[in-house]
Design a protein around this ligand. Structure first.
Ligand code: ADP
Ligand code: MG
Length: 701
């Protein structure tokens, strides 16, 4: 989990109260001290009940808590909707020993369905019990169609005192307009008056959230709350001055990060775009142009195709200038894509088209329009318009089902999609199935996919399916989180070099017990519950992995860490020929029969080479290979040479270094395609293998 700096005196929690079928759907942010509060709301006239309730109550002093539910928007629910907000605020206040007027509420989800307040009330004891350093759980509980939680923090110095500004947010999923809502809670320990906080928040929102164009529609529930409890102890900010500027700049920066995260996480989005317009006659014009470019369907479709189509960008500028009467001359503009000038001095330039096209495939695209008509500047964020967006939205309305009790369910069985969509999906998949039949695929199972139950289930399903369609899967697993946890319980701290645990003779039995005795057996059981024919093997079984002790490149002794010397290919082949799925724990057989712990990435590569596998798949806990960790862009395709360069420059580090080295070895040994996939998402293996567009990083020789 991303560690977020917590402002003093704030506690967070998030639980599942049952509005949504399974996921967390109720969040609480509490300040242990009375806080100044501010809020910015949707201007939609059909505002939801919590907005109607909250709007007149900020800016104010003495606020203590914000309660948020997802799954149900409590919008257009009549007078009963407002009653529900009151009941919930009252119950939250009671369970925290506060006054009702110090509690604010927000909701997101389906419109027009009465909010099941009882479910929320029933979950409050557990939620209050859980309150603590859990902004991640709160951020998760407010998600609707977001694919990942959004939270961040900034540290500032105000009057010589350190203060933290944190926030959790959710974006608009674009799945359907009525579900497109921005919710955000800013929590800070800075001391600031409600009025100053309100002004700073409103200005920060206008250049950040208000510049995200996802589908252009304003929801009924958009709400941004800010609570400032003053525990940082700085002189209270109230009048304009350097400290207030520092605070506002940090707030803007923070909300800007959230805005970009929302754009990048738009439904079906494969990449995000940041549009910067400079040199405009005034702010309103700059903002209009930036937003219009980011929301132009033609620009968005070109982005999806990685087409450096600057003509559509300038056409949008010209169209807005003409229709809005802006004093802007597109011919005098300079346009740059990914920093490469493509239009200047009234004419197109002659950039390296292939190079530029390659750069347009990155997960973030920068568009710059430099006008020479004034001094105003604006930035807008959006995303591309993908096939998936159209497919999903064309068939969407049947997918959200409203249940009797006010909860919602998602009924996304393929049966609900249009016949044309089903046909293309099947044709696409069957093509791959035919091509893969009889091929060996080695899958390294690691990262988040190993920890969360639902992901484990999805992984077992995927492996079983692969086998059913004629592929021969071989699974190699790690077990790092489990090992660290157990060693800690036993009072042993793990020491790592480059993400590799130094394992002494004492901890080796624990490592082996967990890998071979627990993780391996659990995985085998999960697979065989689906009749996958899994066989659990340690590298010691049948001398599958002969190993020797390894030393670190620094010359440091790594204890009982080994490297693979030889794979017993015939032994493994025997299982594959009989239709079994080998599940291998990365324990090697050292000289004299000692057990050695080997990095599972290396084991997977060695096995893939030994078996002559064409495919090697790494499931991990990041989106794939990133241009730089932890926040860089996903690199979708790369060669062995690219990988080497990234290793040399230090762009790849930590655990990914081992994978990168293993991938190089696999490619040298004849493996044709190595995939690095996001194990935090369910079914990525299937999505990668059976659809036209890959989902992670693909490394080829
Ligand atoms: P696994 O359980 O999949 O083996 P690791 O933690 O060993 O996971 O390796 C993945 C980690 O490598 C990522 O979580 C990330 O912190 C780190 N890493 C370092 N550099 C990169 C990079 N360039 N791209 C992706 N991940 C990187
Ligand atoms: Mg690892």
């Amino acid at each position: 989990m991303t560690a977020m700096k917590i402002p003093k005196g704030f506690r967070f929690g998030g639980v599942a109260c049952g509005i949504k079928p399974q996921r967390r759907d109720l969040a609480l942010v509490v300040s242990d001290h009375p806080a100044a509060a501010a809020g910015v709301f949707t201007v939609n006239k059909a505002a939801a009940a919590p907005v109607v309730d909250g709007r007149p109550r900020v800016p104010a002093e003495g606020m203590r808590a914000v309660v948020i539910n997802s799954g149900n928007a409590n919008a257009l629910t009549g007078p009963g909707g407002l009653d529900d907000v009151g009941v919930i605020r009252g119950a939250v206040a009671d369970s925290l020993g506060l006054q009702k007027r110090s509690v604010l509420a927000a909701s997101t989800g389906v419109i027009g369905q009465r909010l099941p307040a009882m479910k929320i009330l029933a979950a409050l004891p557990a939620l209050v019990e859980q309150l603590g350093d859990h902004p991640d759980l709160a951020a998760e509980a407010i998600m609707t169609t977001d694919t990942r939680p959004k939270m961040a923090a900034r540290e500032v110095i105000l009057g010589g005192k350190p203060a933290v500004i944190s926030c959790i947010a959710k974006g608009s999923g674009m799945l359907a307009p009525q579900l497109a809502t921005t919710l955000c809670v800013v929590a800070t320990d800075a001391a600031i008056t409600p009025r100053a906080l309100q002004d700073a928040l409103a200005r920060a929102v206008s250049t950040t959230f208000n510049m995200v164009t996802v589908d252009g529609d304003m929801s009924t529930n958009d709400t941004v709350y800010a609570l400032a409890n003053g525990l940082a102890g700085n002189p209270r900010l109230s009048e304009p001055g350097p400290d207030l500027d520092v605070f506002e700049a940090a707030l803007r920066d923070l909300l800007g990060e959230m805005a970009r995260a929302m754009a990048a996480d738009g439904e079906g989005a494969t990449r995000m775009v940041e549009v910067v317009v400079t040199g405009a006659p005034d702010d309103a014009c700059a903002r209009d142009l930036a937003r219009s470019i980011a929301s132009s369907p033609l620009v968005k479709a070109a982005l999806f195709g990685a087409d450096p189509n600057w003509g559509r960008v300038l056409a949008t500028v010209g169209a807005r200038a003409g229709s809005q009467g802006f004093a802007v001359d597109p011919y005098k503009a300079r346009v740059a894509l990914q920093g490469v000038t493509v239009f200047e001095k009234g004419a197109p330039t002659d950039p390296d088209r292939e190079g530029l096209k390659g750069r347009m495939r990155e997960s973030r695209v920068d568009v710059l329009v430099e006008l020479s008509d004034g001094g105003a500047r604006a930035v807008a964020w959006g995303c591309d318009l993908s096939y998936d967006y159209v497919k999903i939205n064309a068939d969407y309305s049947s997918l959200i089902i409203q249940k009797e009790d006010g909860g919602v369910g998602k009924d996304d069985k393929v049966a609900n999609y249009s016949p044309a969509f089903k046909r293309s999906l099947l044709v696409e998949a069957l093509k791959y199935i035919a091509a893969f039949s009889g091929q060996i695929a080695v899958i390294k199972y690691g990262g988040a996919a190993m920890v969360k139950d639902s992901l484990k289930e999805a992984f077992a399903e995927d492996v079983t399916l692969l086998k059913r369609v004629g592929l021969k899967p071989v699974v190699v697993h790690g077990g790092a989180p489990e090992i660290t946890r157990t060693l800690e319980k036993l009072g042993e701290r793990s020491e790592f070099i480059d993400g590799m645990r130094i394992t002494d003779a004492q901890s080796l039995p624990v490592v082996e017990m967990i890998l071979t005795g627990k993780v391996n057996q659990e995985l085998v059981a999960l697979l065989n519950a689906r009749n996958a024919g899994a066989v659990g093997l340690s590298g010691k079984d049948g001398s599958l992995l002969k190993a020797r002790r390894a030393t670190h490149e620094s010359g440091r002794d790594l204890g009982r860490i080994g490297e693979v010397v030889e794979v017993n290919r015939n032994f493994l082949k025997m299982f594959l020929d009989q239709g079994y799925v080998p599940v291998i724990s990365p324990i090697g057989l050292g000289e004299g029969g000692e057990s050695l712990s080997i990095n599972a990435d290396e084991v997977a590569a060695a096995i893939a080479v030994a078996l002559g596998a064409k495919k090697l798949i790494y499931l991990t806990d990041v989106a794939g290979i990133l241009a730089s960790a932890p926040d860089g862009d996903l690199v979708r395709q790369l060669t062995r040479a690219d990988l080497k360069r990234m290793l040399d420059t230090g762009a790849i580090a930590g655990g990914m270094k081992w994978k990168a080295q293993a991938i190089q070895a696999a490619l040298s040994g004849g493996v044709e395609r190595v995939h690095v996939l996001d194990g935090r998402q369910p079914h990525t293996v299937i999505a990668e293998l059976f659809t036209d567009r890959g989902v992670g990083s693909l490394v080829q020789p």
